[in-house]
Design a protein around this ligand. Structure first.
Ligand code: GLA
Length: 383
């Protein structure tokens, strides 16, 4: 952990300011083993558990349902904690209608055009759940599956290993996909995600996490004043159904230029056809670093009010910045406040949308004998 953060946290603890009690009862010791509790039961009787982890000054709660990050608590520059992720405090709300709050997304993050693709000369028809397209894995993607969860404590930190085996043909995709996702809270308070998957038939894979961030705290209003920096000179413009046209367009001179950092709200109301079509930002940025073996710099998000800062590094070549355009005030979070348009934003590290139908995009094909690997690190600080 940065010294300044340690100092701030020690001062806050001395002043009696500790982590806010997020809904629920379980508490984990800083750096201690993750704590498990029953969160709810699905209609078919399957129990859903919630795990609480705390390390390096960051606390998170994770559900076995969808691998959902239910809450993520980090301190501001004075050591005051807030839950910076949108979510619910009841399982029923996640099951009934969640816009992927905090969820693990698979087998294919974002959209596949027309809900179909051809691989090795064979056409596969997918579960279509977003107009003509397949979105975030289809009607019952990885966000709606109960994962097998195993806690760990290691020199790397404290964490959870989540496992799910997607059957051959599930949601229309070929191949039995064995998926392992590791969430680690490091001693520095970083939230690291390592994804791995293997298959027994050629298939496509694109895994991500769909946490909605509001660094001022969920339920505190919109994120239009947050400053965002994206290390990307190009993005992938989309058609009316949010499928990339295939073009890699330059951001220079457009509202899509976040290279030097700017408030999210600065250009969001520009009548640029891409912003009108998506009702805000809902696009894939082409990271300048490309696909990398080690996580490379992708983005920084900062709330000037609290000083809370999130820095993202990833091995992935793309990042979907979604400005919470479809939040319409009908859902409310643990704070008891409703979520309206722009009250949270997602930064989803990924391969580009519709890659299975775009031969020029980096490939998402996984073949037997290969291992899909992807890593994203979320570093929290306050300044
Ligand atoms: C992604 C998509 C958006 C929307 C959200 C969920 O970010 O790109 O269009 O579907 O997920 O509401």
């Amino acid at each position: 952990m940065e010294t300044s953060r340690r100092t701030v946290l020690a001062a806050a603890a001395a002043a009696g300011l500790t982590a806010v009690a997020a809904p629920g009862t379980a508490h984990a010791k800083e750096g201690g083993a993750p704590v498990k509790e029953l969160f709810g039961t699905l209609a078919d009787g399957t129990p859903v558990h919630r795990w609480t982890l705390e390390n390096g000054g960051t606390r998170m709660r994770v559900l076995s349902y969808g691998g959902i990050v239910q809450s993520l608590e980090v301190p501001d520059r004075r050591g005051r904690y807030a839950n910076v992720s949108l979510g619910f405090d009841r399982l029923e709300d996640y099951v009934a209608s969640s816009p992927y709050f905090g969820a693990l997304i698979g087998r294919y993050g974002n959209r596949i055009g027309g809900g179909r693709y051809t691989l090795d000369g064979r056409e596969y028809r997918l579960s279509v759940n977003d107009g003509p397209n397949s979105l975030h894995g289809g009607a019952a993607g990885f966000d709606k599956r109960v994962w097998d969860v195993e806690p760990f404590r290691s020199p790397a930190g404290v964490g959870l290993v989540l496992r799910y085996v997607s059957a051959d043909g599930e949601m229309g995709h070929p191949g039995r996909l064995a998926t392992t996702v590791t969430y680690t809270l490091t001693g520095d308070g970083d939230w690291r995600i390592d994804y791995a998957a293997t298959t027994d038939r050629p298939t496509v894979v694109n895994l991500t996490n769909h946490t909605y961030f509001n660094l001022a705290g969920e339920g505190s209003g919109d994120v239009l004043g947050h400053e965002l920096r994206l290390a990307a000179s190009r993005y992938t413009p989309t058609d009316a159904t949010l499928i990339p046209t295939g073009e890699l367009a330059g951001v220079a001179g457009t509202p899509f230029d976040f290279r030097h950092g700017k408030p999210i709200g600065r250009d969001i109301r520009t009548a640029h056809p891409q912003l009108v079509g998506a009702q805000g930002y809902d696009h894939n940025w082409v990271l300048d670093k490309g696909t990398t073996r080690a996580p490379g710099y992708a983005a920084t998000l900062r709330d000037p009010g609290s000083g809370r800062t999130l820095r993202i590094t990833t091995t992935e070549p793309g990042l979907q910045f979604y400005s919470g355009n479809f939040l319409d005030g009908t859902l409310s979070g643990p704070s008891g406040r409703t979520y309206r348009q722009g009250d949270g934003l997602c930064l989803e590290t990924q391969h580009f949308p519709d890659s299975p139908n775009k031969p020029d995009f980096p490939s998402t094909v996984l073949r037997p004998g290969e291992t899909y690997r992807s890593t994203t690190v979320h570093r929290f600080s306050a300044r």
